[in-house]
Design a protein around this ligand. Structure first.
Ligand SMILES: [Zn+2]
Length: 300
């Protein structure tokens, strides 16, 4: 049994030509069905997160200001997506779907959200298309509700998860492993003990070696859950990334992560993360490949 959640049923307005790849979400959902990777009955519309859960990771001023659209214009602008009530609904559904994917993976071993990975959002502000930090909210809720004790975040988006680090580095129950590009947004990085910064145009082999070496110290630790941000903006065709992985390199990357979880019987919840190729078809295909690999390893 597998459940995959989506939030693209909440549509929000974006100016024409905006850099946020709003079209990719429904294309991935349709591609998973047409390629027989996820049965249409197993795709579930995400429910909006309970607003009170946002306060687990964010300041009351920021939460209320974003929900009502009354934040300082500078802060609204920093998020990078024009505020609208419809955008608020989409954000809440995306975080709600992340939490549902966590619950579902704890029950069935694997689940996914066809959105999410909003790792740039910090305590009192959002940035880089991230309004609230989904992993932080979900981790803190699961730990608070005693549904998980030790959680491993694996963040392989090309951009460094500065929000994850600022919100969670001090939490003894959460471990962050991330590999990102050193010369890429965000330019002020907040590293975690298991962060790896790679140089531009690293390519598949060096990337995969870093992945294997970087995860080695964590392989005998007991985790109750892995949250995996499988951003495909590491792809060589990406317009906002520069690590130059091939599509096959990303397949090998994902196989390594899913096998790591499966061999240790650790439930894994997958979110999409970034992907900005032009045309967007390279990105969509890479995200679909991630699910193809997951299907093989988790047998759904
Ligand atoms: Zn990214």
């Amino acid at each position: 049994m597998v459940e995959v959640f989506y939030s693209d049923h909440y549509i929000f307005p974006l100016p024409h030509g905006h850099r946020f790849p709003v079209e990719k979400y429904s294309l991935i959902r349709q591609g998973l069905v047409s390629n027989n990777i996820v049965n249409i009955d197993h795709l579930k519309p995400a429910d909006k997160i309970d607003k009170k859960d946002l306060y687990l990771a964010h300041s009351p001023h920021y939460v209320e200001g974003f929900l009502k659209g009354t934040l300082e214009p500078k802060k609204l602008k920093k998020i990078g997506i024009t505020w609208s009530p419809q955008y608020v609904d989409r954000v809440l559904a995306s975080i709600g779907g992340c939490l549902q994917a966590c619950y579902s993976s704890l029950e069935f071993g694997f689940s996914g959200l066809l959105a999410g990975g909003t790792h740039h959002a910090g305590f009192d502000e959002g940035e880089g298309f991230c309004a609230f930090n989904d992993f932080a909210i979900c981790c803190l809720k699961l730990i608070h509700d005693k549904l998980a004790k030790n959680i491993l975040i694996i963040d392989l988006d090309v951009h460094q998860g500065n929000g994850n680090a600022s919100l969670l580095n001090d939490n003894p129950y959460i471990t962050i492993f991330c590999i990102h590009s050193r010369k890429n947004y965000p330019f002020k990085k907040i590293l975690s003990p298991h962060s790896i910064s790679l140089e531009e145009n690293t390519g598949d082999q060096d990337y995969l070696n870093s992945l294997e070496q970087g995860l080695r110290p964590l392989k005998n630790k007991n985790f109750d859950l892995i949250l995996y941000q499988a951003g495909v903006d590491v792809l060589k065709e990406d317009s906002l990334g520069n690590l130059s992985l091939t599509a096959q390199g990303i397949i090998e990357r994902d196989r390594f992560i899913f096998s790591f979880a499966r061999e240790r019987n650790i439930p894994l919840a997958l979110v999409l993360g970034g992907g900005y190729s032009k045309p967007i078809s390279h990105t969509v295909k890479a995200h679909i490949n991630t699910y193809k690999v997951a299907k093989n390893i988790f047998n759904f």
